[in-house]
Ligand binder design. Structure first.
Ligand code: ADP
Ligand code: MG
Length: 241
């Protein structure tokens, strides 16, 4: 087994040597910065498969990502990047922490155009919202890079929104992480694209994402949604040899 270099809330990261990492998706769910935690059999496999498939869809649309291939039955082989400690959120409809900071807007109001937010990745500080200026002043990114990441985030939004819409589902919001390829300095979409990182609603207003768990802490409800997302998306085709 390759060397474990990091264990996060939802994944384990192994160093494959050279320029590659292996991400293992865990059978665990957490909410509210790790305050709640449960074992969920099969979640790792379903999330890894969905992530792999969605990374393939992004790549087909010309968006550069860290994804190399899917490894049975819960792993992604990816390019090792210098991760930027930010969460980039794109919102199409008002939900979650947006409503806490902007109470004048009603739940699920469709925005006239997508809203992009940057948050500093820190469980202790509860991922605080940042201004673009904060990011530049802290030396995390240049102005140009902030601009480029916003373009990437909007393109990811178009591709994922269209994909779910074709299947009758509504993409409320999502978060991505971005890293830099250590060789080329190119900005790549990294981490995962799963029910943990996006809100997806059925026409009846049912959540197929982690929101079910945040609200009810019911792991059966959670896995039912994740199974539907994975079934709708279909299996990844780039399987590691
Ligand atoms: N291609 C990559 N290169 C380097 N780091 C990555 C890459 N993809 C994901 N990561 C990092 O691996 C970790 C994945 O573990 P996760 O369980 O999501 O952690 P967390 O609890 O910090 O969210 C995250 O810290 C993420 O930034
Ligand atoms: Mg994470």
């Amino acid at each position: 087994m390759p060397k474990l270099i990091y264990e996060g809330k939802s994944k384990k990261v192994y160093d494959l040597g050279g320029e590659e990492l292996l991400l293992e998706f865990k059978d665990e769910v957490t909410a509210f910065d790790g305050k709640y935690k449960d074992i969920v059999p099969n979640k790792g496999r379903l999330s890894a498969m969905l992530s792999a498939k969605l990374f393939e869809i992004l790549e087909e649309a010309g968006i550069r990502t860290h994804y190399i291939c899917f490894v049975e039955n819960r792993f992604l082989k990816v390019r090792k990047c210098n991760a930027i400690p930010l969460e980039v959120i794109v919102r199409n409809y008002a939900y979650g922490s947006f409503l806490k900071r902007m109470p004048l807007v009603n739940l699920l109001k469709k925005f006239s155009k997508p809203i992009i937010e940057f948050h500093y990745k820190s469980d202790e500080l509860h991922d605080p919202l940042l201004l673009e200026e904060d990011i530049v002043e802290a030396g995390l990114l240049t102005d140009e890079e902030v601009k480029k990441i916003k373009e990437i985030a909007l393109k990811v939004n178009d591709v994922l929104s269209d994909f779910w819409a074709k299947n009758g589902l509504k993409l409320i919001d999502f978060k991505i992480e971005v890293g830099k390829d250590p060789k080329t300095n190119e900005l790549l979409v990294i981490d995962d694209l799963s029910g943990d990182s996006m809100r997806v609603l059925t026409p009846e207003g049912k959540h197929l994402d982690k929101e079910t768990y945040r609200r009810t802490r019911d792991v059966n409800l959670l896995i039912e949604g994740y199974r539907r997302l994975a079934e709708i998306a279909g299996s990844p085709t780039r399987i590691c040899k």
